[in-house]
Design a binder for this molecule. Structure first.
Ligand code: PEP
Ligand code: MN
Length: 632
């Protein structure tokens, strides 16, 4: 039952209400509703709604229609993020869990772990207790295997996912493991579900071989009802009449699960198909369908694997799959971050960040594209703050009030954001990272609005530019510019008028619970914005393969050519060259260049020296890892 509370409810009144309900045997969850606080109450039975509506502080009681309560979206409208050390499942960064089917020999297990970590996996999977169809098949190494897994974590930093097959293994799981997996064959082993509910460790709950989605969610409900909210669902294929593949991967489950529950879902294409060649296509499809991550079996010598060799990817295949996901992820509003674990380690409170607090700043309101870029680059574990202007982002980073700032530099449809190019010149900060974000705009309005009621539209000027064709079809609409797209949504929300609408991200619509009047209104769906991460003294880990420079040349024939020749002679690909007027010197220009190389690298220092000689003004903006996506 959902109890929508009166807006005027006082803290003491709320506490008394909760105490009363608890004494009646209900489990209570507080929900942050946009219109005010809501209590979700779960118990064996419920009274008429009128009973709850008569309680002090309660405005309205609404029964939860589904048999599962704690896992239902009705009780918890926003998606849950499940944290495992530095990793969070359910956000904008894909979580790839990889490893062999079972823990085998120590050396080989460590070798597989290093390989999957190198290619971007953030958690390691391997069973020490294997539930096998045949009693004569390899049953796992037991505690010996868990000790090897502990070594994997110590050496690689990868969190460990392993299967529990009996409540008697609970203590071992507590000692060695980060996520306990409940296998398909145990999905309805209710004693085991209650046991992992009490363990308190995150649970990866596989879908049963012939379980309906509702049965699967009821199993998750068992775990949550024991007080453990950290459940990750895993679709691993179901038994159908089709025998070509080991199981039939039910990818429909991904959007269905996303609608029914707040819990994250990962997909296991390995057990779903049972055939190595089918794993990568289904993995790509799973991410396109909206899965939060994958669980994939990988082995360095699958032919020698003691279980599930035929479905285990070779390291090269896993590497290729990750490269594909790196490109696909931005299309569905996510990122595959190869530096996930290294970046997280660097952002932990005590690490060295040149003295600045581990805060990230962006310009705009929550729900803006810059906010989304910050979350995708740094994850949800880092404090992210907003400020009112790009200039302030630069100022705060410069004053070391924040370790990093994130600003947009150019858009694939509308070109450069010149203000930020000018600020890069003015401030002495370095670019240390890059991210490409797909920009999908929506026309958002209040619930009673529709395309026919709209008269006035709010957005950032870039938003208007990127939706030019859509807006040209509605010449009667008045366009009002705002500081950023999310603040445009806030204005429409506050006005509460069906004549007003905003162009912004879906996320901004969710922040303010707005209706989507029309989705995808950008002129071209290949609409990407390139953001850069700036810092004063902070460092980011990982390989650097791109550099940015600003320079001017003397006013004589061939001066620019002389600089370009340096790139050509050193076989460096120039990916962008843009000129900007020099303020106070009319008709003189600065060149902003992006190169596909780390020119600060020791071995390439001569290039920088050569450039300094051939230019009048020279500023090195930084070298960094090229971001994912479609821009170059
Ligand atoms: C496994 O993950 O190795 C496994 C046994 O999976 P499932 O329970 O999905 O068959
Ligand atoms: Mn397996």
């Amino acid at each position: 039952m959902l109890l929508i509370l009166k807006k005027t409810v006082k803290k003491e009144e709320l506490e008394r209400l909760k105490e009363n309900l608890r004494s009646e045997g209900y489990l209570i969850r507080e929900i942050e509703g946009v219109e005010g606080p809501i209590l979700g109450i779960v118990g064996n039975s419920y009274r008429e709604t009128a009973y709850y509506e008569a309680l002090p502080g309660v405005e309205k009681a609404v029964p939860v229609s589904k048999p599962y309560k704690l896992v239902s979206r009705e009780l918890h409208p926003s998606p849950s993020l499940i944290r495992i050390g530095d990793v969070a499942i359910g956000g904008d960064r894909l979580v790839v869990i990889a490893g062999p089917c079972g823990v085998e020999e120590r050396k080989r297990t460590l070798e597989i772990a290093r390989t999957v970590r190198k290619h971007g996996a953030v958690l390691f999977r391997a069973g020490a207790f294997k539930p096998r169809t045949s009693p004569y098949a390899f049953q796992g190494l037991g505690e010996e295997g868990l000790k090897i897994l502990r070594e994997v974590r110590e050496e690689t930093g990868l969190g460990i996912v392993t299967e529990i097959t009996s409540p008697s293994q609970a203590d071992l799981m507590m000692k060695y493991v980060d996520v306990v997996q409940v296998g398909a064959r145990n999905m309805q082993n209710f004693e085991l579900l209650k046991c992992v509910g009490r363990l308190g460790k995150p649970v990866l709950l596989k879908r049963g071989l012939s379980a309906t989605i509702e049965e699967w969610l009821m199993s998750a409900e068992y775990v949550l009802s024991e007080g453990n909210d950290r459940v990750i669902l895993c679709e691993r294929g179901i038994r159908t009449f089709e025998r070509y593949t080991r199981n039939t991967l039910d990818l429909t489950a991904v959007p269905v699960i996303k609608k029914l529950t707040h819990l994250p879902i990962v997909v296991d294409p390995s057990h779903a198909t049972g055939i190595r060649e089918k794993v990568s296509p289904m993995a790509r499809a799973a991410i396109a369908a909206g899965a939060d991550g994958l669980l994939v079996e990988v082995h360095t010598e699958p032919d020698k694997a003691l279980s599930d060799g035929p479905q285990s990817l070779y390291p090269e295949q896993f590497e290729q799959l990750m490269r594909d996901l790196y490109v696909i992820a931005p299309v569905v509003g996510k990122q595959l971050d190869y530096l996930y674990l290294d970046k997280a380690a660097l952002m932990r409170p005590k690490e060295n960040r040149g003295g600045a607090p581990a805060t990230v700043v962006y310009s705009g309101d929550p729900g803006s594209f810059s906010h989304k870029a910050s979350l995708q680059f740094f994850g949800t574990e880092v404090p992210i703050e907003n400020c009112p202007s790009f200039r302030e982002v630069f100022e705060r980073v410069n004053a070391e009030q924040a370790a990093f700032g994130i600003v947009p530099l150019e858009n694939s449809l509308t070109g450069s954001i010149h203000e930020n190019y000018d600020l890069l010149l003015e401030f002495d900060l370095k670019i240390v990272g890059e991210l490409t974000l797909r920009i999908k705009h929506n026309l958002l309005g209040i619930e009673s609005a529709s395309l026919d009621t709209v008269e006035r539209v709010y957005s950032h000027p870039q938003g208007f530019k990127q939706c030019r064709e859509f807006l040209e079809a509605h010449p009667e609409w008045e366009l009002v510019t705002c500081r950023d797209t999310a603040s445009a949504v806030r204005r429409v929300k506050e006005a509460n008028d069906p004549r007003e609408a905003a162009i912004a991200a879906e996320e901004a619509g969710e922040v303010y619970r707005m209706s989507v009047l029309k989705a995808g209104v950008e002129t071209n769906p290949r609409n990407f914005t390139r953001f850069v991460v700036i810092t004063r003294n902070g460092l980011l880990p990982g390989p650097r393969n791109k550099s940015s420079l600003i320079y001017s040349v003397s006013d004589k024939p061939g001066a620019l050519f002389e600089t370009l020749k340096i790139f050509a002679e050193n076989k460096i690909n120039l990916v962008k060259l843009e000129s900007r007027p020099i303020h106070s010197r009319p008709w003189e220009y600065l060149f902003y260049a992006d190169l596909e190389a780390d020119v600060a690298d020791g071995g390439k220092k001569h290039i920088l020296e050569e450039l300094v000689k051939r230019t009048e003004f020279f500023k090195f903006l930084g070298s960094y890892q090229k971001g994912a996506g479609a821009s170059h």
